[in-house]
Design a protein around this ligand. Structure first.
Ligand code: SF4
Length: 459
């Protein structure tokens, strides 16, 4: 059987990493990657359940595939990830031409599962236990680990890599489906992470982003208790590595030790993504976020006192059930005071299997959610622009990622195209240069800025 693989990914960085690892496994099993479902023998969708929109996108892509599958029944169609864990059998009901449904805790079994389907078995469903279907250990074990050896070709760029340091989440924010689809919080042993990062640095990787749903609650309690600050100290010593980032932080776990590590360790980026979600205590309580707006403000002060040059980013949800104009005004006030480099702003989307759906009616009209979303975005964009402006005329060090979006459309004849890169505090920089600069760390002088991008030239 020929083994041409197409894989489409929706969702967060954790999903992008999962797809990279799945592709690496399948490349090792003899597959080759292709860029469209039509050219593929195996079509996989790695899915997200955080918002309804992400699920709708996958179900319509599956609908479009039905005709192809009818004409070529030997093609294998698989649904992976969070939506697979959440909807399970329901996916076969809505899309009977799907051959395979695999949750995030079973991705390591994919090569074997695809072989079974090619041999005539199927449809196959492989998912983990529900959070309440057993004790913690049995549920935890049903989310199998999958961190195989890394292959540079399956990463977005060879110079950058994401490394998972923990799985799952135990916070149970009332709007969030992650604790049920990604299972209980589990941290990877520090030496395993260190070995992976060393392997990546040996492959020429310069920048590593450590991933966890609440990355700063990382804990390795075997022997001497290690926290994220200790892990950063170990990884900072990895030869060849130049930059270390970590996302996503939970406000409750922003410890002084962690901030000191960010300040003192030369490779750790002065960049922290710490979602606030709301500026209203009443809504934060309803969300079960576990902190008040005041505690969040106090945390921001501690961060800025310890790391004066820090870039902080945040997430906000607007239109959470019961959110009044006064609640929203409190969110605006927090956003203004936070002086975030940027914020990701989302309209509340009720998700099945979450507490919020059980407890509260989705009572903020969509039009109000949209208005609040736009208002918050406009305020944030003005703040982002002000935050970028002092960089005009200054030189910043960037890691060149390759041609920018515009640069990819320009003819690649080895001459100058628009390139894109990132500063150490995660700002996007575009400038003209030859594509061979990709993977270099160099200085760029900033000539102008907008809210999202710095525009510069090589000095
Ligand atoms: S901390 Fe809250 S929002 Fe983040 S993954 Fe866990 S439950 Fe979801």
């Amino acid at each position: 059987m020929s083994k041409r693989l197409y894989i489409q990914t929706v969702g967060c960085q954790m999903n992008v990493l999962d797809s990279e690892l799945v592709a690496a496994d399948l490349l090792r099993a003899g597959y080759e990657l292709v860029d469209s479902p039509r050219k593929a023998d195996t079509i996989l969708f790695n899915t997200c359940s955080v918002r309804q929109h992400a699920e709708d996108k996958i179900y319509s892509a599956l609908g479009r595939l039905k005709r192809i599958k009818d004409r070529h029944p030997q093609k294998i169609v698989g649904v992976l990830g969070c939506m697979a864990q959440k909807d399970r059998q329901g996916i076969f009901h809505r899309a009977p031409h799907v051959d395979l449904v695999v949750g995030p805790g079973q991705l390591g079994r994919l090569p074997a599962l695809l072989e079974r389907i090619a041999a005539g078995e199927g449809p196959l469903l492989e998912v983990s236990l529900d959070r309440n279907a057993g004790n913690r250990v049995s549920v935890q074990q049903s989310f199998e680990r999958h961190d195989p050896l890394r292959i540079a070709e399956t990463r977005p760029t060879p110079y950058q890599a994401m490394v998972r340091i923990m799985f799952g989440c135990d916070k149970f924010c009332t709007y969030c489906v992650v604790p049920s689809v990604r299972g209980p919080e589990q941290s990877r042993p520090a030496e395993e992470i260190e070995a992976e990062v060393r392997g990546l640095a040996d492959q020429g990787c310069l920048e590593v982003t450590l991933l966890g749903q609440t990355v700063n609650s990382y804990r390795d309690d075997r022997g001497r208790k290690l926290r994220l600050a200790d892990l950063l100290l170990r990884l900072d010593a990895v030869e060849g590595l130049r930059r270390l980032k970590f996302v996503t932080n939970h406000p409750r776990h922003v410890s002084d030790e962690l901030l000191q590590a960010v300040r003192d360790l030369p490779k750790v980026s002065p960049y922290l993504h710490v979602p606030a979600q709301s500026g209203s205590d009443r809504i934060l309580r309803r969300m079960k976020r576990g902190y008040t707006a005041e505690a969040y403000r106090e945390m921001l002060c501690r961060i800025r006192e310890t790391i004066p040059e820090v870039a902080i980013t945040s997430d906000f949800i607007v239109g959470f059930p019961g959110e009044t104009d006064e609640d929203f005004d409190r969110t605006i006030a927090l956003l203004r005071e936070g002086r975030f480099k940027n914020s990701f702003i989302f309209k509340y989307s009720p998700r099945p299997k979450t507490k919020a759906v059980e407890l509260y009616a989705d009572d903020v009209p969509d039009e109000v959610k949209r208005r609040r979303n736009n208002e918050l975005l406009a305020i944030q964009n003005a703040i982002s622009l002000r935050d970028n402006q002092p960089l005009v005329g200054r030189s910043v060090e960037i890691l060149v990622e390759g041609p920018s979006k515009a640069g990819r459309k320009q003819p690649d004849n080895g001459h100058v195209v628009q390139l894109g890169g990132r500063t150490v505090d995660d700002r996007i920089v575009v400038f003209d240069g030859p594509p061979r600069l990709a993977g270099q760390i160099l200085a760029v002088e900033i000539e102008k800025v907008d809210a999202f991008t710095l525009f510069g030239r090589i000095r």
